[in-house]
Design a protein around this ligand. Structure first.
Ligand SMILES: Nc1ncnc2c1ncn2[C@@H]1O[C@H](COP(=O)(O)OP(=O)(O)OP(=O)(O)O)[C@@H](O)[C@H]1O
Length: 247
């Protein structure tokens, strides 16, 4: 179980969220919200990349309060930022092993763990290729392998389907659905993804949680008079103030 307790975060004088309380359990949760809602900042804070200004990130009842605790917590967290960097000439398998090293896996497990993660994302045949030679969709899948290597119990993905074509998005959904006993949190703008792959949804707007519950509960908030093509789109719109609906 991953939770934010009274969590506050910001940049300089900008307050992104304050006293935020939210909980994420096993299964796939979507973090939905318009541009600037604070999704990336929340993911980075939960991933312990950005220490909170106030409040706590709590993993399985244990507070992450110091850098030493954050280092321990990171062994259980796979985090894929929206734009992840890599050395273009690095081979795919070394890129994923590098993730294993970062997570603190013992060296004897690197080869097996990276082969397992690459097989999970359908890149078992590309392990010797250079990162720069991969297509956008394959690169994204290599990123997911990087995030899931060593089977972390918490996987945080920031806009993982941006730029993917429909076929690659279907593959992505299958990959995510096949991570048993894992708490997966993914930020997205794409409501189609939510319907297809997420058990739960958290809707955020201007640093506040507007909804947290099952996807089916969100759907039930459908308001046919609002803009949107599906019940879920309209339900999402119903949670946003009118001025934020076209962001
Ligand atoms: N490095 C930064 N320095 C200053 N302000 C920032 C920084 N990163 C984000 N912000 C501000 O914090 C707020 C939340 O941004 P954040 O990127 O977390 O939102 P988001 O929901 O992920 O948006 P998007 O969907 O556009 O990625 C915004 O007002 C943004 O301008």
């Amino acid at each position: 179980m991953l939770s934010a307790q009274q969590l506050s975060q910001g940049y300089g004088r900008t307050i992104v969220f304050q006293d935020l309380d939210v909980e994420f359990g096993p299964g796939v949760t979507a973090l939905l919200g318009p541009n600037g809602a604070g999704k990336t900042t929340l993911l980075r804070t939960l991933a312990t990349v950005q220490p909170p200004r106030e409040g706590q990130v709590v993993i399985d009842g244990r507070q992450v309060s110091s850098e030493a605790e954050a280092r321990t917590a990171r062994r259980q967290i796979g985090f894929l930022p929206q734009r992840f960097g890599f050395e273009p000439a690095m081979r795919v398998r070394d890129f994923v092993r590098y993730g294993a090293w970062l997570r603190g896996l013992p060296p004897r497990e690197w080869a097996h763990a990276s082969a397992e993660a690459l097989a999970h994302v359908g890149l078992a045949g590309e392990t010797g290729q250079k990162m720069k030679s991969l297509s956008g969709g394959m690169r994204q899948r290599a990123g997911i392998a990087w995030a899931i290597v060593g089977r972390p119990r918490i996987v945080l993905l920031d806009e993982p389907t941006v730029g993917l074509d429909p076929q690659q998005r279907l593959r992505f959904r299958a990959i995510i659905a096949g991570l048993p006993d894992t708490t997966v949190l993914l930020s997205t703008h794409l409501i189609d993804d939510v319907d297809a792959v997420c058990d739960r949804v958290v809707v955020m707007n201007q640093g506040e949680i507007r909804f947290a519950g099952a996807t089916s509960e969100l759907k039930a908030l459908d308001e046919p008079s609002l803009p949107g093509h599906t019940p879920l789109e309209r339900a999402y719109m119903s949670l946003l103030p009118a001025e934020d609906r076209d962001r």
